[in-house]
Design a protein around this ligand. Structure first.
Ligand code: NAP
Length: 508
């Protein structure tokens, strides 16, 4: 079950959000009374009460906004309890014993620590279990991705139902997986921009992207690891595919800082995570840590996919290069002249992780490849290892090509007005393939179209690599068209609110 949190400074706006949340299907709301600028007028606020309500008045030290004194706060909490308007009240563990139970109002006894992940969590939990509570809540800042796993193990150790929340963007897994580990409910924001709690997801994300209400103890978990990860569209694409096929699976984002991949994989073994998509900066480490590796991972020394082996550890599979090759071959098929890879001169810009895998695949397929990279030594090394040619970065303008593939990050959001190749170097009939997928139409592709080139977008490749991962994760045929639609929708600069599409909480 989801409890939708609402916090606004004005009564009028809080009332409007209560109504709108209910209209969108929320059936449990938390009112953050500490957000109100004026003293709460409960009569006015709750003239319309659409569903059970939680009263919360959070102190600043606990991450809230209450600025008046503590006595007034506790008086307000007592008033909420006695008012008959609220079904639940949130009482911090240090004051819970001072405020007695009254009538049918249920008690959430909570512990908040927005500053750190306490070392004595089990002791805190033990003390809270002695208190008069219907539900316990522990919300503490995640300092490491592994903290999610530690916190998610707490409900099983608690005598009373417990909501575990890791605060901050490192803590997002705990929010999505709370129900799988026995939390009676967890929180999401009606309006994420309001700063209700660090790392809180919106109602829309929890329901539409993650299908929170469907997640149970048997739900299989997959993830993407990277840093940054906030803008990854992989969760949208994979979860859309799981949901379309009715699979009891969820795909979560885990922000993993550099040098923390090994510890994170080890900690998350307890969930367990059955497969990972791997993105920057972990592609090389992931390849190193894998117990088994496919040929491209071995050659390129980097991977974008880890699949759990039955007897522990992971198999690394590179789906980037086959996806790029497939996108290129599909384009060749769509063009007249029956062109084959062996006929083509391909200029690859970049010699990073994805370029390495792709160059090996292209050379193996018989294409004539030249690599140009800003750092010459990397281009030289790739050429030596793969058997292709290389030129220095300026040499890209003296190289003849039928196909140009941009494997650099030039042109990627937010540097959308940059291009790795001046438009004057592009000729009609050439194929220009930009791996950058955010935005889909990069400056390079826009100019290539204007010059009469055939273009392949990074999204075409992205969806194919995700589809290959989906097959590896589930053994099932991926719904390619649907994944493509989900990716494009997630990348669209104009976010259309599809309220009519939002399934009702509890019925999704
Ligand atoms: P990477 O390992 O970090 O490599 C980055 C490459 O970009 C290097 O060759 C680097 O050159 C070059 N580069 C960076 N800034 C540059 C600049 N200002 N001028 C010239 N060259 C520059 O990254 P990666 O994993 O290979 O990814 C590269 C791109 O592919 C990213 O944009 C990524 O989003 C995209 N990608 C797309 C897909 C997809 O499915 N469409 C999949 C994977 C990756 P140096 O060696 O000189 O640093």
């Amino acid at each position: 079950m989801l409890c939708v949190s609402i916090g606004r400074t004005r009564h009028k706006m809080m009332i409007a959000e209560i109504q709108e949340a209910a209209r969108r299907g929320a059936r449990f709301l938390e009112l953050r009374l500490d957000f109100l600028a004026k003293a709460p007028d409960l009569q006015r606020l709750l003239a319309y009460k659409p569903c059970p309500l939680v009263a919360t008045v959070r102190r600043q030290e606990d991450g809230g906004r209450w600025t008046r004194n503590e006595q007034e706060r506790q008086t307000l909490l007592r008033l909420c309890i006695a008012s008959g308007h609220f079904d639940w009240v949130d009482l911090e563990t240090d004051i819970a014993d001072k405020i007695p139970r009254f009538g049918k109002v249920k008690r959430i006894v909570s512990y908040h620590n927005p500053r750190e992940f306490p070392k004595d969590l089990e002791a805190i939990l033990q003390r809270m279990n002695q208190q008069d509570a219907d539900v316990l809540k522990i919300a503490v800042r995640a300092e490491h991705p592994a903290d999610n796993v530690r916190l998610l193990s707490l409900p099983a150790k608690s005598r009373k139902p417990l909501i575990p929340i890791c605060l901050g963007d490192l803590g997002i897994p705990s929010r999505i997986l709370a129900g799988k580990f026995g939390a009676p409910f967890t929180y999401c924001a009606f309006n994420k921009e309001r700063g209700l709690a660090p790392g809180i997801l919106s109602m829309e994300e929890m329901i539409k992207v993650y299908g929170y209400e469907r997640i149970g103890k048997d739900t299989q978990v997959f993830a993407v690891v990277g840093d940054p990860i906030e803008h990854s569209i992989s969760p949208v694409v994979h979860n859309a595919a799981f949901q379309a096929l009715g699979l009891d699976c969820v795909y979560i984002p885990i922000r993993v800082p550099k040098d923390q991949l090994a510890n994170t994989l080890q900690a998350f073994d307890q969930i367990p995570i059955l497969g990972y998509s791997v993105t920057l900066p972990h592609k090389e480490t992931a390849a190193r840590l894998a117990k088994e590796k496919d040929e491209l991972t071995q050659l390129a020394g980097s991977t974008n996919t880890l699949v759990r082996l039955p007897d522990g550890g992971f198999r690394a599979v590179n789906t980037d290069a086959p996806a790029a090759l497939e996108a290129l071959q599909d384009k060749l098929k769509s063009l007249p002249g029956g062109l084959q890879l062996q006929d083509l001169h391909i200029l690859v810009l970049g010699a990073g992780g994805v370029a390495r895998a792709l160059v090996f695949a292209l050379v193996r397929a018989g294409a004539h490849v030249v690599v140009a990279n800003r750092t010459l030594a990397r281009a030289e090394k790739l050429a030596q290892d793969s058997g292709c040619r290389f030129v220095d970065w300026n040499g890209r303008y003296q190289t003849k090509f039928d196909v140009l593939i941009n494997c650099t990050s030039v042109g990627m959001f937010p540097q959308v007005d940059e291009t790795p190749m001046h438009h004057s170097a592009l000729q009609p009939g050439q194929i220009v393939f930009d791996l950058v997928y955010n935005p889909e139409t990069t400056l390079l592709l826009r100019e290539a179209r204007q010059r009469g080139c055939h273009v392949i977008t990074g999204v075409e490749m992205f969806v194919r690599q995700a589809a290959l991962q989906f097959r590896l994760f589930t053994g099932k045929q991926p719904p390619l068209e649907l994944m493509d639609k989900a990716a494009r929708r997630a990348l669209s600069p104009i976010r259309l609110t599809e309220e009519e599409d939002l399934p009702e909480v509890g019925t999704s």
